[in-house]
Design a protein around this ligand. Structure first.
Ligand SMILES: Nc1nc2c(ncn2[C@@H]2O[C@H](COP(=O)(O)OP(=O)(O)OP(=O)(O)O)[C@@H](O)[C@H]2O)c(=O)[nH]1
Ligand SMILES: [Mg+2]
Length: 290
């Protein structure tokens, strides 16, 4: 059989996480309308009779070189090195030439499958100019149109990916959906809920730390802290009489129960950690840097 690593790389909001969740059929990786929802490398494992696919979902690569952006970009770049094949995710609704990404792919020498996503939202003719712009790159081995949202074209894409994976036995037991630790997945779910429920700069100013997880017979109990960069944002996260933090808790609990197939109880605390984005020790504690 085939087994290998697949890096999912692209600009923010291209639909990378939506794709991963669609093929895994569980809400593993947070999705939102906002750019930069994904902040760490997330591993998703899909088992099929012909192949074991080990996907890496990554933060969208941006040009802005703020400290946190640099870390997110490095996560995406580092993923290239680990991958057997790369999925170059494109939002077909608004593609423009991408010299930064194509240079990155060219240097990596990895085979690239270009995925034209969101085809449910564009006319077929709209794809031709994109294909033309990409035709000169010899590292692009295939171009496949899909709709991650409507789950169209995904089987064809999976079959194509398998052609580029090495012959190997499975690397993970069949029941694994992810290689990320439990604490990490819980933090991701909470961050995802914050992205869904809050607006403007607020979600970008939040970090989540999972202190303790207790696995009981019928329920998983997790003690977690949401850190905000400013005191005013703490008020927004808590909300009137705690309404917002309650909504965040309900949404993340629902996702986690679906993901783990078990009942969840989340104990959520909210604290301020001034300018945490610039605090290297804090970033290390959160796992953004090693
Ligand atoms: N119409 C349409 N919308 C899609 C499709 N795939 C994803 N989206 C939407 O695009 C938005 C971004 O999706 P994400 O999956 O979070 O994108 P991402 O590439 O992971 O974004 P970052 O993590 O920020 O880099 C969400 O609102 C999705 O619902 C698609 O095939 N069609
Ligand atoms: Mg994402």
């Amino acid at each position: 059989m085939k087994t290998g690593f697949i890096g999912i790389i692209g600009r923010p909001n291209a639909g990378k996480s939506t794709f991963l969740n669609a093929v895994l059929e569980v809400p593993l990786s947070p999705v939102s309308r906002k750019a930069q929802t994904t902040r760490n490398r997330i591993t998703g494992i899909l088992n099929r009779s012909q192949a074991q696919y080990i996907f890496f979902d990554t933060p969208g690569i941006t040009g802005m070189e703020k400290p946190l952006n640099r870390i997110l970009n490095n996560t995406a770049r580092g993923t290239l090195e680990l991958s057997d094949v790369v999925l170059y995710f494109i939002d077909s609704r608004n593609f423009s030439a991408d010299p930064e990404l194509t240079a990155l792919f060219s240097r990596s020498k990895k085979p690239v499958i270009t995925v034209l996503n969101k085809t449910d939202a564009v006319k077929k003719e709209g794809l031709l100019p994109i294909m033309e712009k990409l035709s000169g790159f010899d590292f692009i081995k295939e171009i496949i149109p899909v709709s991650a949202l409507k789950k169209k074209g995904l089987e064809r894409l999976l079959n194509t990916i398998a052609e580029y994976l090495p012959e190997s036995d499975m690397l993970y037991p069949e029941e694994y959906v992810s290689a990320n630790p439990e604490k990490f997945l819980i933090a991701e779910a909470i961050k995802g809920a914050i992205f869904k429920k809050t607006s403007k700069e607020v979600p970008y100013s939040c970090a989540v730390y999972v202190e303790k997880v207790e696995e009981k017979k019928n329920i998983i109990v997790a003690y977690c802290t949401i850190f905000t960069a400013r005191e005013s944002q703490k008020g927004i996260i808590i909300g009137k009489a705690g309404a917002m933090v309650k909504r965040i808790g309900m949404k993340s609990r629902a996702d986690l129960e679906e993901l783990f197939g078990k009942k969840f109880f989340l104990e959520l605390y909210v604290k301020t950690k001034k300018n945490w984005q610039k605090d290297n020790n804090f970033l290390r504690m959160l796992g953004y840097i090693e």
